[in-house]
Design a protein around this ligand. Structure first.
Ligand code: SF4
Length: 325
């Protein structure tokens, strides 16, 4: 991992309008991402974690321009990509790839594996037909699939094999950044480890950078270098994996960590119960948006939103009363 950032996200907002219509203003807005900041360093795996509905996937979709942000800036290799159109956007699609959660629905059932993995070569007019076939075979070997299977259709593969096909498709154009959105959560636990190990191997071989989106902290512990915790559209804590799992400073992170199972039966953990669900992003709470669920809540938390501050080198937290040990 190098220290120079490959991706910088500044004050990113994505609001979805509700109601309204032709010549009518929207009646409300869902604030899926509400001023999030993030830095991804070249060669690292940054995990973006949080409960369902906290805005992780929307943030990932905005970064790859599948959703257009409402406000903010996204710098990829020092250039703000939000103004990109046509040729520059096509190049960006080569440099940034996505692995989606569900390998069952993200593959076209009517196309062969050879077509699916090699589609990017056709779109970007790379290689001759013969070279494309060779390249697809190499990619299939790289992800642990026999090249002799390239004429088969997605339904002829198991869930783990399908996710390998998705990985091969994602790395085909030699991207610099891969956004993996819950890439193993639809798979059996035994298969999850195989796919995670594959991602780690490929990162070493191809010098990839990952933004790894997940709600599963056991998975994140296995794969990440650093972790960013998201709650209701905001990043509330960022630190190295070691620091975050050992000394979480934000009460939300503390509760998430306390819920991660430990393998050692003699080591006791005190579960911290998070009351209720993530509030609706349609009408987020005032001040600190975590305050209705926080056991350390004080009056100021309801009135004043906390700002992100560095409490130690590389460890940032947005809380008026961080848990500093
Ligand atoms: Fe809890 Fe207050 Fe910190 Fe929010 S700012 S997490 S309510 S202590």
């Amino acid at each position: 991992m190098r220290e120079d950032p490959i991706l910088i996200v500044e004050n990113l907002k994505k609001y979805f309008p509700l109601g309204g219509g032709f010549l009518k203003k929207p009646t409300a807005q869902v604030k899926a991402v509400d001023g999030a900041n993030l830095v991804v360093k070249r060669g690292e795996t940054l995990a973006l974690v949080g409960e369902s509905g906290c805005g992780k996937t929307t943030m990932g979709r905005c970064i790859v321009r599948l959703d257009e942000p409402t406000e903010g800036k996204i710098y990829f290799e020092k250039e703000n990509i939000l103004g990109y159109r046509d040729k520059k956007l096509r190049q960006l699609r080569r440099d940034m790839q996505v692995i989606f959660q569900d390998p069952f629905s993200s593959l076209n059932p009517r196309k062969t594996v050879e077509y699916i993995i090699g589609e990017g070569f056709v779109i970007h007019r790379l290689y001759s037909k013969r070279e494309r076939q060779e390249r697809v075979s190499e990619l299939m070997e790289l992800v642990g699939l026999g090249p002799e299977l390239r004429g088969r259709y997605p339904h002829e593969f198991s869930g783990g094999q399908r996710q390998r096909i998705c990985v091969a498709r994602a790395i085909a154009l030699q991207p610099k950044l891969v956004i993996a959105d819950e890439p193993v959560s639809a798979l059996d636990v035994s298969i999850q480890a195989q796919i995670l190990n594959l991602l780690v191997d490929l990162q070493e071989k191809l010098a990839l950078t990952y933004l790894f989106i997940s709600h599963d902290l056991s998975v994140v512990r296995h794969i990440s270098n650093r972790v960013a915790v998201m709650y209701l559209g905001h990043i509330v804590e960022q630190a190295s994996r070691e620091v975050l799992f050992k000394e979480p400073a934000h009460p939300y992170t503390e509760a998430l960590m306390a819920a991660v199972p430990v393998a050692d039966p003699f080591r006791k953990k005190h579960a911290i119960h998070l009351e209720g669900d993530v509030p609706s992003p349609l009408n987020p709470p005032s001040g600190c948006s975590f305050h209705p669920r926080c056991r350390y809540f004080q009056d100021v938390c309801r009135k004043t939103p906390p700002v992100m501050e560095e409490i130690d080198a590389g460890h940032e937290v947005a809380c008026h009363f961080p848990r500093i040990t």
